[in-house]
Design a protein around this ligand. Structure first.
Ligand SMILES: [Zn+2]
Length: 424
């Protein structure tokens, strides 16, 4: 990532974290400095989690894989509502579930966007001059939606044309929020089947990856990119089963997202299915707090775009958002990881109850050190480990420590990788 700084010492990470905590309390930024906080939100319709994972394992979606490699991601985002496109994108763009936004079909009939608008409307309550643009070839999202906060809504005829339109928009220095929606994977699923075993479906995902690459290249080519604080969010709205979706099967409900960009660390979030509002008992209220779900997208976006402002704080209760921000507590703002290093580190589960496994893969025979600190920089766990066979697993128990966010650094020689651990 061009925005990341390389770090040589844990000490520097600690220093930056203290600064991050101040940011989250809203004490050091003047209002107008938020102009630099920007978001590219790319939505690909109808991509099952297992399908994307398989394509990544086979290195067939290099542009998306690059975002995952250096971003915060999950293959465990769960759909709690109606797995149709209109309700699903509404969950993500408003940050509330369908009992509030009231969109239950692709007709968008009865929607209550006056009470629960898309997140750009919320951002503009704090940043009135923010500029937001939507690009989609799927006309219901453009034609049937009001009070969405977009300054411009473009409806190119195809995904190719959407990518070109997005590239043009990204030249605009004044742009703050761009939402680009790609529809062809969903069409391939309806035509051939939503299934990793169906080549036409998988080829459609591989193809849209090239569109994602074009859009991201245009982002990185912005004249002032180095001075802007962009976060890319990439996700899907639902999976599918057979040639349809809209139901409650796991393959329709099990989706994914990735966030990448300014201050976002390299980290995987795993989570168990909290259940659905559509069948059985109500979703598990505790799991909703720890598992990624669709409504988190808008809330995370708002948190990035108006970080820690009095404006956001004073409006939060009125907005009555259901989602949670993955930027909470300043926790994602780890200013830099050494992303070129040889270490691959995974934490399971994460978030967790304090007990978790750390799996470290090394490509050469160096010993390494695992250090956990709290956000104040105090070390809570430290262990030296020897290299053996390129792979090792370590069990960590933080049950005696308070719930919250911890940072785990794995050091090998002068290489370091830092990941966030969330204890609930
Ligand atoms: Zn859809």
């Amino acid at each position: 990532m061009k925005t990341k700084m390389k770090l040589k010492s844990i000490g520097k990470i600690k220093t930056l974290l203290v600064a991050s905590c101040l940011v989250s309390m809203g004490s050091i930024y003047a209002q107008d400095e938020h102009d630099e906080y920007k978001m590219l939100f790319i939505g690909i319709d109808g991509v099952r989690s297992d399908a994307l994972k398989q394509l990544m394992d086979d290195d067939l979606v290099p542009n998306m894989e690059a975002l995952f490699a250096t971003g915060t991601y999950t293959f465990d985002s769960w759909h709690l509502g109606i797995t149709s496109s209109g309700p699903s994108w509404s969950d993500m763009l408003t940050g509330v579930w369908e009992n509030k936004h009231n969109v239950t079909s692709n007709s968008y009939t009865g929607s209550d966007y006056d009470t629960y608008p898309y997140f750009p409307t919320r951002v503009k309550e704090c940043r009135p001059n923010a500029k937001a643009v939507q690009v989609t070839s799927w006309s219901p999202m453009s034609d049937n939606v009001y009070n969405d906060g977009w300054d411009n809504k473009l409806i190119p005829p195809t995904d190719d044309a959407c990518a070109l339109a997005a590239q043009s928009q990204l030249i605009d220095p004044a742009l703050d929020i761009l939402f680009v929606h790609f529809d062809d994977v969903d069409a391939a699923g309806h035509g051939n089947g939503f299934n990793p075993a169906i080549p036409a479906y998988m080829n459609a995902i591989t193809y849209v990856d090239t569109k994602v690459g074009q859009v991201i290249d245009a982002l990185y080519a912005r004249t002032n990119f180095a001075n802007e604080k962009w976060v890319i969010m990439l996700t899907t709205d639902h999976g599918g089963t057979g040639t349809s979706h809209g139901g409650n099967s796991d393959t329709e409900r099990h989706i994914w997202w990735v966030a990448n960009g300014y201050g976002i660390p390299s980290m995987e979030i795993t989570g168990a299915d909290p259940g659905s509002y559509r069948f059985g008992d109500a979703p598990d209220p505790e799991l909703i707090q720890t598992t990624p779900v669709l409504t988190d997208i808008a809330v995370t976006a708002i948190d990035h775009l108006v970080p820690g402002t009095d404006c956001e704080e004073s409006h939060k209760a009125d907005w009555a958002l259901d989602g949670k921000s993955w930027l909470d507590e300043g926790s994602l703002y780890v200013e830099g990881n050494n992303f070129d290093n040889i270490i691959d580190v995974n934490i399971f589960p994460n978030p967790n109850n304090g007990v978790f496994d750390v799996v470290v893969n090394l490509t050469q025979g160096e010993n390494y050190q695992v250090i956990l600190t709290d956000l104040a920089g105090k070390t809570v766990f430290e262990k030296e480990l020897e290299y053996f066979d390129g792979y090792s697993k370590l069990k960590v128990d933080l049950q005696q420590f308070e719930n919250g966010v911890y940072l785990m650094s794995v050091k090998s020689g002068d290489k370091i990788i830092t990941k966030k651990v969330v204890k609930h």
